[in-house]
Design a protein around this ligand. Structure first.
Ligand code: BT5
Length: 319
């Protein structure tokens, strides 16, 4: 119960929740709520009690240490194996190198990446303690052409988690970006190994800009963070917990129950590209097109100006 209350406060980090709201939500008495809050305060959580306002979790120096995460983790199998690294070149590269130590469902997290990677050899800036830089290790046993569906699944889950924690109007830019306005908040790099008929291992690398206060250099023009958009710090732990719960549910629905509809609904409804004029980028060339649909298999259907249509499995498009 203590952990459930903590999770509720995390989700409303920064704002007050009344004792009544907590007791209604969890079906326990207000006195019980009060006792649990006392216990959380004793455990070091900074919870402010405001007269007639209720309880508010104050932004705190958070770490993503396994102890902290495991105390609030509610997943059935995801992230039960948890690797936390202070500094690493890239969590995806680390997961590849330590292939044999990692099981299905493992989560590799880093406070900082010194060689974070984007797609096509691009780099991903991953400053210390300010973001969620992570790799999920999965063995879905799907054919290789379904790897793209997993990127969509991760994008949909992260979309819902960010909206759940911040309420920001997040858009999904197929195939692997989440944006607020026209600034990127999250990128996904999915790497698969195995054979055409069967993925042996899928590494879903996700980077979320959470608490950066500014960006410098080239990415200043394209990147933003949740903190910049919210004008207050955002809890990495709360966001990560919610993401893991949603991802696990979407993954089980898809891989165990062949149900992918909820993911499609999210990526279609919040798509930044659908029904928009876009450019399909091929090397130095940009070809004008219109994005018309995201198919069941996760591919983007575009129609060019000459009326020809094409299903894109990945690659680069711009609005
Ligand atoms: C991506 O590539 O968006 C995939 C990013 C995946 C990062 C995660 S972090 C954990 C895991 N370990 C890794 O090494 N990688 C994964 P792409 O669509 O190619 O976008 C890359 C482009 O985004 C760069 O060329 C920059 O323009 C921009 N960029 C770089 N760092 C950024 C940041 N922190 N926020 C927003 N944009 C950034």
């Amino acid at each position: 119960m203590k952990e459930t209350i903590l999770k509720l406060l995390f989700r409303h980090a920064g704002s007050y929740l009344s004792g009544q709201e907590i007791s209604d939500e969890l079906g326990v008495s207000r006195t019980a709520v009060w006792k649990h809050i006392k216990a959380l305060q004793a455990a070091g959580y900074q919870i402010e009690t405001g007269h007639r306002k209720g309880y508010r979790l104050l932004p705190q120096e958070e770490s993503l240490l396994p102890g902290e995460i495991k105390s609030v983790l509610k997943t059935r199998w995801l992230a039960h194996q948890l690797v936390h690294l202070e500094s690493v070149d890239s969590t995806n590269i680390w997961a590849k190198k330590h292939h044999h130590e990692l099981q299905h469902g493992a989560l590799v997290l880093a406070e900082e990446q010194t060689g974070g990677r984007g797609r096509l050899g691009r780099s991903w800036e991953s400053s210390k303690g300010e973001g969620i830089w992570m790799t999920l290790v999965l063995e879905p046993g799907l054919p290789m052409h379904d790897a793209g569906k997993m990127t969509q699944l991760a994008a949909a889950a992260m979309h819902q988690a960010i909206v759940g924690v911040t309420g920001l109007p997040v858009k999904i830019k197929w195939p692997n970006d989440l944006l607020v306005g026209d600034h990127k908040i999250c990128g996904i790099l999915t790497e698969a190994s195995g054979e055409l008929t069967r993925i042996e291992r899928l590494l879903v690398g996700i980077g979320v800009n959470v608490n950066q206060q500014a960006f410098s250099g080239e990415i200043a023009a394209v990147a933003t963070s949740l903190r910049i958009m919210m004008e207050q710090p955002v809890s990495r732990v709360a966001l990560l917990m919610l993401f893991l719960e949603i991802f696990e549910k979407c993954y089980d629905d898809y891989v165990l129950h062949q149900s992918y509809g909820a993911v499609l609904r999210v990526v279609r409804e919040h798509s930044m590209l659908l029904n928009q004029p876009i450019d399909v980028i091929r090397g130095d060339q940009r070809v004008a097109a219109r994005a018309v649909s995201i198919h069941e298999d996760g591919r983007l259907e575009v129609v060019y100006e000459d009326g020809q249509s094409e299903l894109l499995a990945g690659g680069e498009v711009s609005v």
